[in-house]
Design a binder for this molecule. Structure first.
Ligand code: CA
Length: 503
């Protein structure tokens, strides 16, 4: 018999872990009236027109036409409810969750002088001030990796932090603060060891003083291509500058550190109906272990948690944090409205194929990755946290943009949950990939690091997989293990969130 999963006892729908043929038993005395594809919803009772479809104990939407018991419910049959009101939220009413105790108390990381977090990798990150220099920089980095990197065995990598910003942008527009802050803070990601290497052209709007402190602006840190006599000389100058930085990075060594020096980011992408019952809750358990042990954990993706704002408000440690959370949500509501859309623009065709009916269902599953810990701070996109613990770092849900913003917030390792599958990875920080379904792990055995699908098939539970994921995080953070995306160098670009105009 194919297992069919109901998340909450109030639910009037459930999802099968594999395709459920017409006429087969679904449990609760329900028989499938038609084929129910894996992860899609079967009605456990007759639901009339206008009736609520309930999963995770909440109304995902209301039916446009009645569905009999055993029938299939697809996304086209549902009317989306209004998003929860931001004016009547209660804060700090659910902040006493008892967190599980971590089985390990330390990791091996690279300390950075004056920085709150330690690195999990030792990388030379080279930041352009403008996209115009990307071609020259890419060529130079290729040469650096070939000619210089083998001479510095304690350095993990050399990375060009290319981005589309810098020229043709309204640099003084209020919202330009977001991309500028993001780049400033990425430069200071602990995985780059405090070494600053900035490459500009010479006529761009994003001048070095917008990225660096006055004392950081010196020839040893900033190189302008227009000051060099042609391509060969530019490349030679870049090679020389990189070699000086590599010499300093080569001296870095890992030391045993408390978890308070670790900053982990959580993200999901290519989600399906299993994400919310396997991979995300397991990540949430790992997050609780980390937070309980003193680590900082970021969770993000505003549109994917907007529908669960009541739960998040209740978990904010105080009303000041709650108000910051609401400000970020309100800003995003306005941003979407100005673009002529709303949160329903979020789910992808792949999400829907995976059984996710709409953004409410996606949000309920997405929030699970934040575990049960109280929320100690809420950040604007690309800001750096001032407090440890569980932090809501507002970002778009786009995988590459969220990854970029979390790097700016100081994340040195990301955990990425996926149902449909994506080869996503970041050059600046290792990414551990967790599958929500075992058939994804079977098909992509060399791309998925941890399979949470075993929770759905009954082979394991959230706690066990959560603890396995926690141990994987510690191994990867300590440099004893490299996840698939890092081994194969599957790296996505730096994709900035730029809500400001381009000129
Ligand atoms: Ca995402």
């Amino acid at each position: 018999m194919i297992p069919v999963i109901r998340v909450d006892e109030r639910d009037n729908v459930a999802i099968p872990v594999a395709d459920l043929p017409e006429g087969s038993e679904a449990g609760w005395g329900v028989v499938a009236r038609e084929q129910i594809p894996q992860g899609h919803k079967i009605a456990l009772e007759d639901i009339p027109e206008g009736g609520a479809v309930i999963r995770y104990g909440v109304a995902l939407g209301h039916l446009l036409a009645g569905v009999p018991q055993g029938g299939l419910i697809t996304e086209k049959m549902l009317r989306l409810p209004d998003s929860p009101d931001l004016d009547s939220l209660e804060f700090a009413t659910d902040i006493d969750a008892e967190l599980p105790e971590a089985p390990v108390k330390s990791f091996e990381g690279f300390e950075v002088e004056g920085a709150p977090f330690a690195g999990t990798r030792n990388i030379l990150g080279i930041m352009p001030t403008v996209q115009c220099v990307a071609g020259v920089l890419n060529g130079a980095v290729k040469r650096m990796r070939r000619e210089l990197l083998p001479r510095f065995p304690h350095v993990d990598d050399i990375v060009a932090l290319n981005h589309p910003y810098g020229c043709g942008v309204a640099i003084d527009a209020p919202e330009a603060a977001v991309p500028i802050r993001t780049l400033r803070n990425i430069l200071r990601n602990p995985n780059f060891g405090g070494e600053i290497m900035v490459v500009g052209l010479g006529c761009e709007k994003l001048t070095a003083d917008r990225l660096l402190e006055p004392e950081e602006i010196r020839p040893g840190n900033v190189l302008m291509l227009q000051e060099h006599a042609g391509f060969v000389k530019m490349t030679d100058a870049l090679m020389e500058m990189a070699e000086r930085k590599l010499r300093r990075l080569e001296d870095r060594r890992r030391t045993t550190l408390p978890f308070s020096r670790l900053c982990v980011g959580m993200q999901c992408g290519g989600s399906d109906a299993f994400s919310g019952i396997t991979a995300n809750p397991a990540a949430g358990y790992a997050s609780d272990l980390l937070v309980g042990a003193g680590a900082t954990v970021l969770f993000s993706e505003v549109t994917e948690v907007r529908d669960g704002v009541e739960q998040l408000a209740a978990r904010c440690v105080n009303s000041a944090v709650g108000r910051r959370l609401v400000e970020e949500m309100r800003w995003y509501d306005e941003y979407l409205r100005a673009g002529g859309v709303d949160r329903s623009a979020n789910p992808t065709p792949g999400n829907k194929k995976g059984g996710l009916a709409n953004i409410v269902e996606k949000a309920m599953g997405s929030i699970a990755k934040s575990g049960r810990a109280p929320i100690s701070e809420a950040l604007a996109p690309g800001e750096r946290p001032s407090a440890g613990g569980l932090v809501f770092a507002a970002t778009p849900a786009s995988d590459m943009v969220c990854g970029t913003c979390q790097l700016a917030s100081g994340m040195t390792l990301q955990v990425f949950m996926t149902g449909r599958g994506t080869p996503y990875g970041l050059a600046a920080a290792p990414v551990i990939k967790v599958s929500s379904r075992s058939n994804l792990k079977d098909m992509w055995s060399d791309l998925i690091d941890v399979d949470a699908g075993v929770i759905a098939s009954g082979g394991s539970d959230i706690r066990t997989v959560g603890e396995q994921l926690f141990r994987e995080i510690v191994e990867v953070a300590s440099g004893r293990k490299r996840p698939a995306a890092e081994r194969y160098r599957l790296f996505n670009d730096i994709c900035l969130f730029n809500p400001a105009p381009i000129t």
